[in-house]
Design a protein around this ligand. Structure first.
Ligand code: ADP
Ligand code: F6P
Length: 324
């Protein structure tokens, strides 16, 4: 029997996961491995819900959002007993190495499995962009583009009605999507968990935009900020006269996770997938594959797992420099 590797997707899905699965399977086959697809993340791993994948099985998916393997959250895997059970399942299936495509929680789980001595390689994949060890994760660029399209559309109706909008974006506890969407979407206010900001500041920014004669104002709000969009709206509406504009709220939610991956994510996912297989092939394990300074790198889990990337200060410093 050929040496056997496996791949799973875990946590919140991200556009580009399928492209990563495809690359893992095809690069694995290319190097002479059999590749098993595990369904529904760690949940499927614990119940041995898996099947061998052929090159054809992953045909026609590079352009598809979501994950053909399915994803899940699995509380049992957070326990030592869950990790041990996963190892037993993998050994019983004669799997010699595992690729985990997922976000921060999934990579913490992967690190726990790797700590038992099982060969694991992670692929950074989350729209939150909160993983250390990579400047950008699979899905971030596509999710950002969805948020930007929404903001562009909202601006049009906002201008027609002289309104301000609070647009809430995902990111869990990380403000990256809000920061990037706020800057690239030309927002008047950006609210994120990493930067302390009194809600009054948002009112002031909207009011200043109103007084400068703008026909609309946009505030991009991270869902993880202490004042999310709903709380901020409540605060602002209590001082309606000070805002200037009439106010509306839009929560983008899971719309950002759906849809097709763009070219950047397809390419990134393909590069990550091939690199992950090369790591397993070269016995470089217990690492997370990511992108740094344009290069694909693998960073030991000891340096990245269980941690959260800080906000990009080079972006933060531009807020306030771009007002009109
Ligand atoms: P994401 O990977 O997108 O950040 P989650 O944080 O929900 O999503 O994590 C996905 C899964 O990873 C969890 O359901 C759990 O099975 C596993 N996981 C998360 N945190 C840990 C942890 N501290 N230890 C072990 N496994 C974890
Ligand atoms: O981690 C990705 C993410 O989309 C976060 O931005 C968000 O907070 C969370 O997942 C939503 O989780 P669920 O899909 O379980 O509602």
């Amino acid at each position: 029997m050929k040496k056997r590797l496996a791949v799973l997707t875990s946590g919140g899905d991200a556009p580009g996961m399928n492209a990563a699965i495809r690359a893992v399977v095809r690069a694995g086959l290319h190097l002479g491995y059999d590749v098993v697809g595990i369904h529904e993340g760690y949940k499927g791993l614990l119940s041995a819900n898996c099947r061998l994948l052929t090159a054809r099985d992953v045909g026609g998916i590079i352009q598809q959002g979501g994950t053909i393997l399915g994803s899940a959250r699995c509380p049992e895997f957070k326990l030592d007993s869950g990790v041990q059970q996963a190892r037993t399942v993998l050994e019983a299936a004669e799997i010699r190495g595992l690729v985990v495509i997922g976000g921060n929680g999934s990579q913490t789980g992967a690190a726990a499995l790797a700590a038992t001595g099982f060969p694991v390689v992670g692929i950074a994949s989350t729209i939150d962009n909160d993983l250390l060890g990579t400047e950008i994760s699979i899905g971030v660029d596509s999710a950002l583009n969805v948020a930007l399209e929404a903001i562009d559309r909202i601006k049009i109706t906002a201008s027609s009605h002289h309104r301000a909008f609070l647009v809430e974006v995902m990111g869990r506890n990380c403000g990256y999507l809000a920061l990037a969407a706020g800057i690239a979407g030309g927002a008047e206010a950006i609210v994120m968990p990493e930067i302390e900001m009194e809600p009054q500041v948002v009112i002031d920014l909207f009011r200043e935009a109103y007084q400068r004669g703008k026909s609309h104002a946009i505030g991009v709000v991270a869902e993880g900020a202490p004042y999310n969009a709903a709380k901020l709206a409540q605060y602002c509406n209590a001082q309606k006269d000070h805002v200037g504009f009439d106010l509306r709220v839009v929560t983008l939610g899971h719309v950002q996770r759906g849809g097709a991956p763009g070219g950047f994510d397809r390419l990134l996912a393909t590069r990550f997938g091939v690199a992950a297989i090369e790591c397993l092939d070269q016995d470089v394990t217990g690492v997370l594959v990511g992108l740094q300074k344009g290069q694909i790198v693998s960073t030991p889990y000891a340096l990245v797992s269980g941690k959260t990337k800080g906000i990009d200060q080079s972006l933060v410093r531009m807020i306030g420099m771009l007002d009109a």
